[in-house]
Design a protein around this ligand. Structure first.
Ligand SMILES: [Zn+2]
Ligand SMILES: [Zn+2]
Ligand SMILES: [Zn+2]
Length: 180
């Protein structure tokens, strides 16, 4: 699915709602529940199964808006009903990534849930080095500009995700890194 239009809509939505980084104390259960039901829809539309372990791993990636590493997930699963061996967790993460339900943040070797799952897009991530949260932008102008520049250099892009590190407005404003 080519999702140029969808990405444009998501971009506008984010800017209008000013919710690229969620507010402190927001109802994160709602974010997570929304992500899980979108995942069910995406899997159904693609004819693939969101097995209990895949669902559980997705739920753990959505524990917050901070990217999480595979080791964190394994640790959290230790006392879980869906106790899983590392290869199972890696396969579940790969499945979720392949179907656009999560993104891999290369610079952190970690994963974060996608809030526009089901649309084909290359995200740009704003990663706060203070509170650790990552927010996803879907700016098609950036994708086009980078694509054109790479093409002019004869370069073939394999991973189009862009990762930017800095401070979110909460951390820049308070000088504290206590955001959940
Ligand atoms: Zn949230
Ligand atoms: Zn995304
Ligand atoms: Zn921050």
């Amino acid at each position: 699915m080519i999702g140029g239009d969808v990405s444009d809509q998501v971009d506008i939505f984010n800017i209008l709602e000013n919710r690229i980084f969620h507010e402190a104390g927001h109802d994160h259960g709602k974010c997570r529940a929304g992500a899980l039901s979108r995942a069910e829809e995406v899997c159904k539309a693609r004819g693939v199964r969101l097995t209990p372990i895949r669902k559980r791993v997705l739920e753990l990636v959505w524990r917050s808006h901070k990217p999480v590493g595979a080791y964190d997930i394994l640790e959290w699963l230790r006392d879980d009903l869906h106790k899983a061996q590392p290869p199972t967790v890696y396969r579940a993460l790969e499945f979720l990534r392949e179907h656009g339900l999560i993104h891999r943040i290369e610079s952190l070797n970690a994963f974060v849930g996608c809030d526009a799952a089901g649309s084909s897009h290359a995200g740009q991530f704003l990663i706060c080095r203070c509170c650790g949260r990552a927010a996803e932008l879907h700016d098609t102008r950036i994708v086009r500009a980078v694509g054109a520049a790479a093409h002019a250099a004869g370069f073939t892009i394999e991973t189009p995700t862009i990762e930017l590190t800095g401070l979110c407005s909460d951390c820049a404003g308070t000088g504290e890194c206590s955001h959940d």
